[in-house]
Design a protein around this ligand. Structure first.
Ligand SMILES: [Zn+2]
Length: 76
């Protein structure tokens, strides 16, 4: 059952925002330079902390790291 009251949605948004803010404060040096894909379930992770969470919660150990190439200059 999903609650659609405004106060419930506000709580949910604050929750998500706190989650994101915590992630930004606890960034790994590889965050924003790499993404990770799980070899076993093919999920994609943007934050290293999510990889650790996934390893703990799923028991999946084979995570591939892929360099994220961001051009220094905007493409014309
Ligand atoms: Zn997995």
């Amino acid at each position: 059952m999903i609650c659609l009251n405004k106060s419930c949605i506000d709580d949910w948004l604050i929750d998500k925002f706190d989650d994101l803010r915590m992630k930004l404060y606890s960034m790994h040096p590889d965050d924003l330079k790499a993404i990770w894909t799980c070899h076993e379930c093919h999920r994609i992770f943007v934050f290293h902390s999510d990889v650790d969470d996934h390893k703990d919660s799923s028991g999946h150990k084979m995570i591939n790291k892929m360099a994220l190439i961001i051009p220094a200059e905007p493409l014309a």
